[in-house]
Design a protein around this ligand. Structure first.
Ligand SMILES: O=c1ccn([C@H]2C[C@H](O)[C@@H](COP(=O)(O)OP(=O)(O)OP(=O)(O)O)O2)c(=O)[nH]1
Length: 155
């Protein structure tokens, strides 16, 4: 299934850069690209080891109510270069209309150069269920009870 996600290019964005794109027929995530303003296009951004940076996508978006967009790392960049997102998965709310940015972090040992148009993350559209949080005196008993944080061991 698909839902319409409206994209608006922001001032200074390069409209030649592709919109988030599904690279295979059943890809869950659409790859999203760095879209730098004109003054940054030539040099891009270099992330030193341990550094993080907000990388612009160049667009704002309108997600239908009842959905979110999750921004996730790309496994190839993670494996080869240690590049992830500092807040993975990033959450784009349906009522957000500001610039969408990708918070890259370099967990690798080498500087990583982000070029204009490079695919830096992937966007997964997901349904949202809001919780109706309420205070109660007692919670129902379960076999697990308070066991957690490794209580069942490692094997
Ligand atoms: O990787 C991200 C994460 C968030 N956002 C935008 C969309 C999202 O709807 C908004 C707020 O994100 P979030 O709720 O994660 O941030 P917050 O730190 O709780 O800020 P706020 O108080 O504005 O909600 O920022 C991005 O562009 N990229």
């Amino acid at each position: 299934m698909s839902v319409e996600i409206k994209i608006q290019w922001l001032d200074g964005a390069d409209p030649e850069i592709k919109l988030p794109s599904y690279e295979t027929a059943h890809a869950a995530g659409g790859d999203v690209r760095a879209n730098f303003p004109p003054e940054m296009r030539a040099e891009g951004v270099t992330l030193e080891p341990g550094a993080r940076a907000l990388i612009p996508t160049g667009f704002a978006m309108e997600i239908p109510a009842g959905y979110e967009v999750q921004v996730r790392p790309r496994s190839g960049l993670a494996l080869k270069h240690g590049i992830s997102l500092a807040n993975t998965p990033g959450t784009i709310d349906a009522d957000y209309r500001g610039p969408v940015g990708i918070i890259l972090i370099n967990h690798g040992q080498e500087p990583f150069h982000v070029t204009h148009g490079e695919r830096i993350g992937q966007m997964v559209v997901a349904p949202v269920v809001q919780g109706a949080f309420s205070v109660v005196e007692d919670l129902t008993d379960t076999a697990r009870g308070a066991g957690g944080f490794g209580s069942t061991g490692r094997k």
